[in-house]
Design a protein around this ligand. Structure first.
Ligand code: C5P
Length: 399
């Protein structure tokens, strides 16, 4: 969606300025044209030579181009842009934007911009949390600027908190979403399960699995981007849902996921069951931490409820149910058996035997199997795989 789009990238004086290089790389790779406008402080963190090499354009910083004295028109630049992105945005730049303090090329361009403006703050946790910054951000949001919230983690100061600029790939995705305007899932209600479940053994231990939730979250983003109302039932994962319309319900155990899924399926047009739900849970949960002993420890496990099979039996006409199968032998046979047993409309098969597919990876290689046959797809990023799956779902929902 970014192909041919003209993006003005404003860079300010933050240590996260180096990440702007990754943003430029990503945008250019997708066919966008990027013009950098950098503040004087920004140049202390990253050299314009690097930036102009990446964008294949001179970097703009001064009102007058130093070499020949020609005037850099912020008005023209503001009109040229299809979108303006300020990443990283410091507390100082955010303050100037909110108050119209036009003392550099970046702010004058911002004030002239007719296109949507995205702001990705980056600063230390206390600066970010300060009421001055928060009020300035609220002012910008109220005026229609799109704030790309920073993440939480270790900061350049080595303190841990909120203020890390959002990762370049997510910033690019936000821009991409903005230009996409695909409405193929408009008005549809989709429920998605994602991630692992944890089955408690005692107050500190559980049985779990390596599912990261990446595939389920990518599906949720893709549905939301296309206008669906998404309910995302997530097991314990590190993922963040970015799209503002995703309703996220956090659960821990298979039983909790079962309860949430059976409740929300009723109101859904489709459900995608991407979670790696535990098949067994300890029969009893010890209320005190189990102590080490000389003897073997026996844990008796009992089966959990099969959410997919339950939803399959609840399914009304015109409701669609999509399952996942992660297999390492007799892939096709096992997947088709699950399709039948759980009354799924189609099943997404990923094989543990394919390099780069399955748990924890950022890529996946799938086949979509229904009662008519199967379609194989090449290895792709999980975001692209999500788009393939949702293309298919949108098509089925139209029937
Ligand atoms: O049988 P298996 O666990 O391999 O089936 C995979 C499919 O069933 C996935 O879509 C998964 O989310 C779903 N499932 C479920 N509840 C379970 C076990 C699996 O919904 N208890």
């Amino acid at each position: 969606m970014l192909k041919g789009k003209k993006i003005v990238l404003g860079i300010t004086g933050s240590i996260a300025a180096y990440k702007a290089c990754y943003i430029i790389r990503g945008l250019v790779k997708q066919g966008a044209e990027v013009q950098v406008v950098i503040t004087p402080a920004g140049k202390e963190f990253i050299t314009p030579i690097t930036l102009s090499a990446l964008t294949s354009k001179p970097v703009i910083s001064e009102f007058f181009a130093q070499r020949d004295g020609t005037w850099n028109s912020h008005v023209d630049l503001g009109l040229w842009a299809d979108a303006m992105l300020i990443a990283p945005a410091t507390a100082s730049t955010i303050g100037k934007m909110a108050h119209g303090i036009a003392d550099n090329m970046l702010i004058t361009t911002y004030l002239s911009a007719k296109a949507p403006v995205f702001v990705a703050p980056a600063m230390d946790l206390d600066m970010y949390a300060h009421p001055a910054t928060q009020e300035n951000l609220a002012t910008l949001a109220r005026r229609g600027n799109i704030i790309i919230e920073p993440g939480t983690g270790e900061l350049a100061s080595h303190l841990v908190g909120k203020g890390r600029m959002e990762e370049p790939e997510n910033i690019i995705r936000r821009l991409d979403d903005f230009f996409a305007a695909d409405s193929s899932m408009q008005g549809r209600k989709v429920m998605i399960t994602a991630g692992p479940t944890y089955e408690r053994i005692d107050p500190v231990r559980f049985i779990g699995n390596y599912s990261s939730g990446k595939m389920g979250f990518a599906l949720a983003e893709e549905c939301a981007r296309r206008g669906a109302e998404v309910t995302l039932i997530a097991g314990p994962v590190q993922q963040k849902a970015h799209h503002p319309t995703i309703r996220r319900i956090d659960v821990e155990s298979a039983q909790e996921m079962y309860e949430a899924a059976t409740t929300h399926f009723v109101e859904s047009d489709a459900a995608i069951l991407c979670a790696a739900v535990a098949d067994f849970r300890p029969e009893t949960i010890a209320d005190k931490k189990i102590k080490r002993g000389a003897d073997d420890l026996m844990l008796r496990l009992q089966p959990t409820q099969d959410i997919a099979a339950k939803l399959g039996s609840m399914k009304r006409e015109r409701q669609l149910l999509v399952g996942f199968a992660l297999e390492n032998e007799n892939e096709w046979q096992n997947a088709t058996r699950k399709l039948e047993r759980k009354s799924l409309d189609f099943i997404v098969l990923n094989s543990l035997n394919d390099a780069g597919a399955g748990f924890r990876y950022d890529t996946n290689k799938i086949s979509i199997i229904d009662r008519e046959g199967s379609t194989d797809y090449p290895l792709k990023s999980k975001a692209e795989v999500a788009a393939d799956i949702i293309d298919r779902l949108a098509q089925e929902l139209k029937r």
